[in-house]
Design a protein around this ligand. Structure first.
Ligand SMILES: [Zn+2]
Length: 195
């Protein structure tokens, strides 16, 4: 795998362009990877609804549980499906809208300086081996291309939005990333205070 420097996209992977993106602050580059879990409807896999949500194509009439998602504008840079299939939605050069209110080492607005990776699954379902393998190769690649992503800069959504988000869940195997990639086990950041 390679990141195309002119587009900020991983060459050869599926690309679905999301409108839910904005420029990064000037002279900034990715410094943090945020791992998430997502499924739509919750606990169901496949169906293509995540891609539809991230591209504002979700028909909220398709499932009664989608009503709460009406008008929601969210995205992530990457999605790793249950079968390991990788889709990119936003260039790494731009902000994807994945972290929401968040803090890392005292800095708020983690979307400004992070790359968001969604794994299809729930806190309870765990994730498949093929998803971990794909995640590991993506993290390896991104750390090569963006050297500011240090070994202490791969975290879960739960760590940067404590009390508000729990994904990718307590059973996510951080020890595996530690063993295979030398990633430091993330620590939960100081609670986000409303300002
Ligand atoms: Zn999340």
């Amino acid at each position: 795998m390679q990141v195309d420097a002119s587009t900020g996209l991983i060459a050869g992977v599926s690309f679905m362009e999301s409108p839910n993106r904005s420029p990064r602050p000037k002279r900034s580059e990715p410094e943090l990877i945020v791992v998430h879990g997502i499924s739509l409807p919750a606990g169901q896999f496949g169906g293509g609804y995540i891609g539809k949500l991230f591209t504002n194509q979700l028909d909220t009439r398709d499932d009664p549980r989608f009503a709460a998602l009406a008008g929601l504008q969210v995205s992530a840079h990457l999605l790793i499906a249950r079968d390991g299939h990788l889709t990119q939605f936003v260039s790494f050069d731009e902000r994807a809208w994945h972290a929401g209110e968040s803090v890392f080492q005292g800095r708020h607005e983690c979307n400004d300086f992070s790359i968001g990776i969604e794994l299809e699954g729930t806190d309870a379902s765990g994730f498949r081996d093929i998803q971990y393998e794909r995640l590991e190769s993506v993290i390896r690649l991104l750390r090569e291309v963006y050297p500011r992503i240090g070994s202490d800069r791969v975290v879960g959504h739960c760590h940067i939005a404590p009390g508000r988000k729990s994904d990718p869940g307590p059973d996510f195997d951080w020890g595996r990333l530690q063993r295979n990639l030398g990633i430091t086990r993330p620590i939960t950041q100081r609670r986000v205070l409303a300002t």
